[in-house]
Design a protein around this ligand. Sequence first.
Ligand SMILES: Nc1nc2c(c(=O)[nH]1)N[C@@H](CN(C=O)c1ccc(C(=O)N[C@@H](CCC(=O)O)C(=O)O)cc1)CN2
Length: 305
Amino acid sequence: MAANIIDGKAFAATVREKVAGHVSRLKEEHGITPGLAVVLVGEDPASQVYVRSKGKMTVEVGMNSIEHKLDADTSEADLLALVDQLNNDPAIHGILVQLPLPKHLNEDLVINSISPAKDVDGFHISNVGLLGTGQKSMVPCTPLGSLMMLRDYHGSLSGMNAVVIGRSNIVGKPMAQLLLGDSCTVTIAHSRTKDLPDVVRGADIVVAAVGRPEMVQGDWIKEGATVIDVGINRIPAPEKGANEDGSPKMKLVGDVDYASAAQRAGAITPVPGGVGPMTIACLLANTVTAACRANNLPEPEGLTA
Ligand SMILES: Nc1nc2c(c(=O)[nH]1)N[C@@H](CN(C=O)c1ccc(C(=O)N[C@@H](CCC(=O)O)C(=O)O)cc1)CN2
């Protein structure tokens, strides 16, 4: 039987609507307009698209958007000075440094220079520790969006077997913590896991975040399992024809072979239109949460983990 498609684009629109509602209450009742600062270093084309999209959606939900675009050869000292300035600006509730950074910049150092309360990416070591110990934290956007979709589809996740493929700090590890927090039995698998297909066959929930195009095959998926595909890979698509310079056109695929997995899964997220749009929606959600916390107001309902 064909799987149900979990429509991340539609779900993200509902999250943004909720965010807009909270923003308008914050403005009307407390005179607070949440502000999000996004820092982009360099000219990575994909990062430029994501940053533009973040700015546009921030404004659409009624928040202030501040963009800092720095040259690719910006020094670490200059970047740290900018972060320090944003940390001390009371009109800024959320700070995000777009990743990846150019090679000469130390990503860990930069991320850990962001005030944890304004770290709307949830990558700061303090937020990582808080999440790992089940305390209130800023939760990384992609795992938060994936969890929201899983909860919406299943209701309770308690007792389900979840396999997270990928052990990155940005997705795999926080995703595993969130699933554990919802009482799943969690396995973190990765490219060196022995008998990976067999490990995945035991899962009621599969989260693929390994960064390898279409690696997870349909016959790895247990009948009826829910598949969350976090991968965003651009691969050549000769079937779409060629560009003017003769190079093949490209297409976007996930870490899951969608066609075969959809034959066995009970539900699956597509790429594009699955987890990706939820990443930006959850960034906006985290910014509202940060603004509420900064002003000792109750947590916005339905937007946190
Ligand atoms: N500081 C951060 N850097 C990066 C993050 C992050 O969460 N924080 N995540 C990714 C990039 N990213 C947001 O920054 C992001 C990736 C993908 C999408 C998205 O909507 N994808 C669409 C397809 C878009 C396309 O055509 O390329 C989809 O999947 O439907 C949004 C945000 C790395 N860096």
